[in-house]
Design a protein around this ligand. Sequence first.
Ligand code: IPE
Ligand code: IPE
Ligand code: MG
Length: 241
Amino acid sequence: MSGKSEKPIGPAHVAIIMDGNGRWAQKRGKPRLFGHHAGAKRVREIVEACPDLGVKYLTIFAFSTENWKRTQAEVSGLMKLFHRYLTRETRVLVENGIRVRFIGDRMRLEPTLVELMDNLELMTADNDAVHLTVALNYGGRDEVTRAARRLCREVAAGKVDPERVDAEELARHLDTYVLPDPDLVIRTSGEARISNFLLWQSAYSEYDFVDTLWPDFTKAEFARVVGAYVARDRRFGAVPG
Ligand code: IPE
Ligand code: IPE
Ligand code: MG
């Protein structure tokens, strides 16, 4: 193998913590929701950039299990925004061959929103250009806890032998069971923390923390971050060969 002529391998799965909407609005003397609207508009451009960059899977953090702690006005404004966004973007997503999935606990979400989510999953089920996963009412600890609960039920019902429960078996019960682990996790807005995002799945992901606030995060910057990933040396605990 010459190696030299091979194309550098980019990240197949990129996950993004879309942070900084509130500060973006604040800088303009506007209410936080103004920033959330601007942030939602960014999503389409980033999704559309994926095929050219070789990104097959894109997972975005839209609302965390901790975000309910915000004011009622902000939470209900965000829920309305999700309603609107899913309704308006359906056609483009279907036409562009985007397969949409949602991860997170749907139990606490409004039934009308859950219906939109279910429909979008169904309508895009045969698409394969880009697999877009939206984390909505998602928390990594919550996800692992729910997975453990499901597994416990199966053990209690005699369907699973507890001695055979390993990492793979647990991962099969996670919301992300059909997805590969993220290769690259990007967080915007300058914060260098995970905030309960994909805790299990990102065990060996590369991280990139960028200062840009999410509503300012362009396709060009996305391409730069994806390009920088290629130079990284992933070892997965082994000694480089
Ligand atoms: C991210 O932006 C969007 C959500 C968490 C819903 P923020 O709302 O957290 O914006 P900052 O961090 O306050 O600037
Ligand atoms: C993480 O951002 C959640 C989303 C981007 C949806 P937060 O703004 O909620 O995280 P913290 O509070 O700064 O850790
Ligand atoms: Mg934030």
